[in-house]
Design a protein. Structure first.
Length: 364
């Protein structure tokens, strides 16, 4: 089967790129799919995550004002589709242009949409009228796809009038990873790009409480830098510069997971929470805000981590302190985490995609 993925880019260090690398490579190597990936303006930049050598990559150049951009985008899509002649297309683009794909191109072959973020993420900083109209347009467009895939049951709340199928993200790591307790450091870890939605400002307030009781512990945050947020300034103003460290993304993040004692997710919202299953595969217990959507599907509260009411800074810090002070609980929750995330292994998740693709391409 010939499969075409359409996405913004594959060279970044984010969750969508990570998932696509795992999923597309598995389909190419294990299921013998002829996988093609079309990205925008990626050029010859080096890929952050490793993709299978059996995948063919395509790149189209888009620029200019919105009208010019969309014209170039549409022309590039049509030319690439004509050249490849895929059996099925999967759109992995959380922006408005991704949602408009069936309207821009039409549907001569089956087209799937993969939603990797909450609907509200698109409308954080726009006025109410534009927000209302854009939401209506996106929901209208969503119904034009042959299949609309979301990552969690909670995401169905965003798309009540759309027929959705839930297929979670596959884990990029095996839960057979050995994360020895003697290798653990007094480190609380967070992983994710620096953005308002990731909620690091809330994490800093929690850490201010934690640091007073446990000054020998450190908080390390790995993610793409965003200077506009001025996170380092916030850290300095709270006088936490000796215990909070902002680090750039690294390819061998497994080494960092192996050394961490606790993982935290302070996000205001998520499409899934990929980093949770990454951390859990290394036996790291997690503390997460119960934000929409994802953490509640992944974490079994009190068993392999803690879910905290979204935005409750005091309870968030309290949960972290409990894990800091109770080593045996950390170990037990970590062991439970490794066991519980088996359901996200690629050999459990990718066959669901194979079934979907075959269902959509079978003659009626």
């Amino acid at each position: 089967m010939k499969l075409l993925y359409i996405t913004n880019g594959i060279k970044g260090s984010g969750g969508l790129e990570r998932v696509l690398a795992v999923k597309a490579s598995y389909l190419a190597d294990k299921f013998n799919y002829k996988v093609h990936i079309l990205a925008l303006n990626d050029g010859n930049n080096e890929q952050f995550f490793k993709f299978s050598s059996n995948i063919t990559f395509h790149d189209i150049k888009v620029s200019g004002n919105p009208v010019t951009y969309f014209i170039k985008y549409r022309r590039g899509l049509k030319n690439t589709i004509k050249k490849i002649k895929p059996d099925v297309i999967s759109v992995c683009d959380d922006g408005l242009k991704g949602m408009l794909f069936p309207i821009l191109i039409g549907k001569k072959i089956p087209v799937i949409y993969e939603r990797h973020a909450t609907l509200n993420l698109n409308f954080i900083s726009i006025n109410k009228i534009i927000k209302y109209c854009s939401k209506k347009l996106m929901v209208f467009s969503a119904k034009k796809f042959d299949a609309f895939i979301i990552l969690t049951e909670g995401n169905k709340k965003d798309w009540k009038s759309v027929c959705c199928t839930v297929i979670p993200n596959p884990s990029p790591f095996s839960n057979k990873n050995t994360s020895l307790i003697e290798n653990k450091e007094n480190v609380v870890l967070a992983v994710g790009s620096q953005s308002y939605n990731k909620g690091y400002d809330r994490l800093f307030l929690s850490w201010e409480i934690i640091q007073k009781q446990h000054p020998h512990w450190q908080l390390k945050i790995y993610g793409k830098e965003n200077l506009a947020l001025k996170l380092q300034k916030e850290i300095n103003e709270l006088n936490l510069q000796k215990s909070i460290f902002l680090e750039k993304p690294i390819k061998k993040i497994e080494e960092i997971y192996n050394k961490a004692s606790i993982f935290v997710l302070p996000s205001r919202s998520e499409g899934f929470g990929m980093v949770l299953i990454e951390a859990m595969s290394f036996g790291v217990p997690c503390v997460s805000f119960d934000c929409p959507h994802g953490p509640a599907d992944i974490i079994k509260n009190g068993e392999d981590g803690f879910l905290v009411k979204n935005g409750n800074i005091h309870h968030f810090s309290k949960a972290i302190i409990e894990l800091i002070e109770k080593k045996e609980k950390r170990i037990k929750m970590g062991a439970n985490a490794k066991e519980n995330i088996k359901r996200y292994a690629p050999d459990a998740i990718v066959p669901l995609w194979d079934d979907l693709f075959k269902k959509l391409t079978l003659p009626e």
